[in-house]
Design a protein around this ligand. Structure first.
Ligand code: DAH
Length: 342
């Protein structure tokens, strides 16, 4: 028994000496030696089987062992571990962890680009409300009651009584602005618009437009052509050619659909395999025209004295063409694999 106590004493002090201050192993050793089923606790239990005359001495030895183990363990757990003991040394040659840097959304980026291009041509940026009235969304723009876009199925009405709706285009900001300002001016109006279209690769119930309006004395169709040509060449490349196709919008007269020569095949007619234009050679980028005199009358301008031109483009359409994107839904799904490419 005496020998066992001696061996245990040596082992215990060696083990305790080897463990690091403040570490969990200190507490594990406390359990191992002093716990309810610990080695020293077991020794006390064995005293019963020791011959009576040896009991006092053995008891004393076990008590000494218990005290010295308790003291050593206490010292270890009270000691504050040195920095070196606490953490392994730092390897300064390891590569650092980089933080996450956000990106500008491709739609925001395209709006910014369009805006700054027009600002460089002397335009001002103006915004308007997303919840509009029938009055501005349709009436002031010469869109008659029987026009299909005024149908409840073709517009998100907010209230039939108040005649409020989610604007279906940014054009209402034209008349809102004209009511409060006098010509001459040149404005661009970026913003969200809403149409109850079924979502597919080329349709979304919400998308973005940039509207343009220039009003003054002697503003001509050639000014419209020059401005939009400058815009398209800066946006898509110097070699881009323009086509103005006769069209119809209630708020412009005459009206045009504006096309650019295909930016993939260069507009070579008959290039049937072109993934972008499918052989047409042209890509539609916006609607435009000379402001209809009826629109001027609706805001109290004298159509005999002022003329102007207007245009409206879909931002997603511009971004899709510029970046070669094949599905409008990608802009709104927040898939980081897509967004990280911009
Ligand atoms: N508001 C038209 C649309 O949403 C786009 C448009 C066409 C705007 C011709 C204009 C314009 O200002 O002159 O389809």
């Amino acid at each position: 028994m005496k020998d066992r106590i001696k061996v245990i004493t040596e082992e215990a002090l060696k083990e305790i000496g080897a463990c690091r201050a403040g570490e969990d192993t200190v507490e594990a050793l406390r359990v191992k030696y002093l716990g309810r089923k610990g080695i020293i606790t077991e020794l006390f239990k064995q005293i019963g089987s020791v011959p009576a005359e040896d009991k006092p001495e053995i008891g004393k030895l076990i008590n000494i062992l218990k005290e010295s183990v308790t003291r050593s363990l206490d010292e270890k757990s009270l000691l504050v571990p040195s920095a070196e003991e606490k953490a392994p040394p730092i390897d300064v040659t390891l590569p650092g962890e980089s933080g996450h840097i956000g990106r500008i959304h491709p739609i925001t980026r395209t709006i910014d680009e369009i805006n700054s291009l027009f600002v460089s041509l002397g335009f001002r940026i103006v915004e308007g409300p997303e919840i509009e009235t029938e009055h501005y969304n349709f009436e002031t723009l010469n869109i008659p009651l029987e026009h299909p876009s005024r149908d409840a199925f073709d517009t998100f009405y907010v209230s039939f009584e108040k005649k409020t709706l989610l604007r279906s285009h940014t054009s209402p900001v034209q008349t809102r602005f004209m009511e409060k300002n006098r010509p001459p001016f040149a404005i661009v109006v970026p913003g969200r618009v809403f149409r109850p279209d079924a979502t597919d690769a080329s349709h979304s119930f919400m998308f973005h437009q940039v509207e343009g309006l220039v009003v003054g004395q002697d503003i001509k169709f050639s000014d419209l052509k020059g401005t939009l040509t400058t815009f398209a060449r800066q946006m898509f490349g110097k070699e881009v050619r323009m086509r103005f196709r006769p069209s119809f919008f209630p708020f412009t007269e005459p009206s045009a659909e504006v096309d650019i020569s295909c930016i993939v095949c260069g507009g070579k007619a008959g290039e049937k395999r072109c993934s972008m234009c499918g052989g047409k050679g042209w890509l539609e980028i916006m609607g435009a025209g000379m402001v209809n005199p009826k629109v001027f009358e609706a805001v109290g301008y004298n159509p005999e004295k002022v003329t102007g031109f207007a245009f409206g483009m879909g931002v997603e359409r511009i971004a899709i063409l510029k970046y070669g994107i094949n599905d409008i839904r990608l802009f709104f799904e927040n898939d980081l694999r897509f967004l990280r490419q911009f």
